[in-house]
Ligand binder design. Structure first.
Ligand code: AMP
Ligand code: SF4
Length: 451
């Protein structure tokens, strides 16, 4: 049984006019979290209406489709999967029809015990249509056949383990739940007397909402018509092991995660790199988009000018999304160009957020050298990634992680850099003024059980 790893975005609207349209704008602001498929499910209290498709938000939705989605409550999802499999069946939100009440679900995250749960459910008669963990949660919710749906979700929450932030929409309620370790972000905002919920706060700006607070680890919040939102803590042991890669790479720089602006976090990483690994050079360049903030921080701290040495073609998706190595390599070439006149004859400090397979960094170093760079010194805004992620991030096999096989010096040689330095993990904590983060892909200390 293969699971599709997903790094996704979720957006919800409770009691706001034009909920479908707002969700469309919200999902558009979360598009960086997944470009493979998207969907919106709304309710007007009488029924649930769902539209979804494979592609970008602007490709899937148009005015006609949005007009079909009636009501003032909605949930939406943008999906990214590593291997591109699953097709439309795996595009969320999922919509379930049930005699005790229809409901829709949208999940960001990954269950570590999905195999066991799915096997148990199938043995008891469940039949699955997708390979997504969201469907497991849906089946668990209905397994108990209780009248009170709140408890049904709570029952599901007692058996699922892993990273998750998910939304459940019924005809009269909207639920949001976050895993006890707080691995994935999800926040609540206020809009015109109603509420919006989003994986990242950047989507609040897009719809004109005001941030209220983050959903806490191990918390479920229930939005019900005519009532104040109700908070339930469903786990006793909680922590704030937010995925470090959210700060390092996934999130948009204008998002605030647990009180820290992502751009500021990355800039701090750059500053620490400048202090820990100084080098004589002419300019600092960041790999667009995720490493620009780090490069600005490095430049500010070192006094070496920041330059736009690399330009990204905005109309090509993230290189990682291309499924095969061969396509990925082509993607990098299509996506980035060096600004030759700035680079020729210069000693360049290159900031990159992370090295996973090593392909991207190697190509960029080569590109800068081909453009005439005298030296290229690589500074990475996180530690070497040595361990697979079991929480839904696309680094699920150590075979693919270059740092699981090679030492820092061997990676330096492989990427043909003049020097290479990675930010130690304690500086990631410092960069966010935090005491907790999931750092498992760097140090192998997983915050949950593994099955
Ligand atoms: P590579 O070393 O060639 O595998 O590519 C590393 C680059 O991919 C990083 O610099 C990031 O920009 C990006 N990246 C890092 N982690 C991920 C991830 N889990 N999913 C998608 N892209 C990623
Ligand atoms: Fe994020 Fe790494 Fe933890 Fe996975 S193992 S959740 S990528 S920090």
């Amino acid at each position: 049984m293969n699971e599709i790893n997903e790094e996704c975005g979720i957006f919800g609207v409770f009691e706001c006019k034009n909920a479908a349209e707002l969700t469309y704008y919200g999902l558009h602001a979360l598009q960086h979290r997944g470009q493979e498929g998207c969907g919106i499910c709304t309710t007007d209290g009488a029924d649930l209406y769902r539209e979804r498709g494979e592609g970008l938000v602007i490709e899937i939705f148009n005015e006609k489709k949005l007009a079909k989605e009636k009501g003032d409550c909605a949930i939406g999802h943008v999906r990214y999967s590593t291997d591109g499999s699953g097709g439309l069946d795996n595009v969320q939100p999922f919509l379930f029809r049930h005699h005790t009440g229809d409901f829709s679900i949208a999940l960001n995250g990954s269950l570590v015990n999905f195999r066991q749960l799915r096997m148990a459910l199938e043995t008891q008669g469940s039949i699955f249509q997708s390979s997504s963990d969201a469907e497991i949660i849906a089946h668990l919710m209905k397994m108990n056949r209780r009248e009170n749906r709140t408890n049904v979700i709570e029952e599901a929450l007692t058996v699922i383990e892993g990273s998750y932030a998910f939304l459940v929409l019924t005809k009269d309620k909207l639920y949001v739940c976050r895993d006890p370790n707080g691995l994935r972000p999800v926040s609540i905002g206020k809009l015109n007397g109603g509420y919006v919920i989003s994986s990242e706060t950047c989507a609040f700006e897009a719809v004109g909402a005001t941030f209220i607070r983050d959903v806490e680890p191990g918390e479920m919040i229930i939005f019900e018509k005519g009532k104040e939102p109700k908070s339930i803590r469903f786990a006793e042991n909680t922590s704030h092991d937010m995925c470090a890669m959210e700060f390092v790479y996934f999130a948009r720089p204008d998002s605030e995660i647990e009180g820290i602006n992502v751009h500021t976090f990355r800039k701090n990483c750059g500053k620490y790199l400048a202090r820990l690994a100084p080098v004589e050079a002419d300019l600092v360049v960041g790999v667009p988009d995720s490493s620009i903030s780090g490069a600005i921080g490095y430049a500010e701290e070192s006094g070496i000018p920041y330059e736009m040495g690399l330009i990204k073609n905005k109309y090509i998706g993230r290189t990682f999304i291309q499924p095969s190595q061969e396509l990925r390599e082509k993607g990098v070439r299509l996506k980035l160009s060096p600004v030759r006149s700035l680079i020729t004859g210069k000693k360049v400090i290159l900031l990159d957020d992370s090295i996973v397979r090593g392909t991207t960094c190697k190509r960029i170093v080569r590109m800068l050298k081909d453009a005439g760079a005298k030296e290229v010194h690589v500074r990475i805004c996180c530690p070497p990634m040595k361990y697979p992620c079991f929480y839904g991030v696309d680094t699920s096999s150590s075979d693919e992680l270059i740092s699981a096989k090679l030492s820092v010096e061997e990676v330096r040689q492989m990427i043909e850099a003049d020097s290479l330095f990675y930010l130690p993990e304690e500086y990631l904590l410092k960069a966010g003024s935090r005491t907790e983060l999931c750092l498992a892909c760097y140090n192998g200390k997983y915050p949950t059980c593994l099955y």
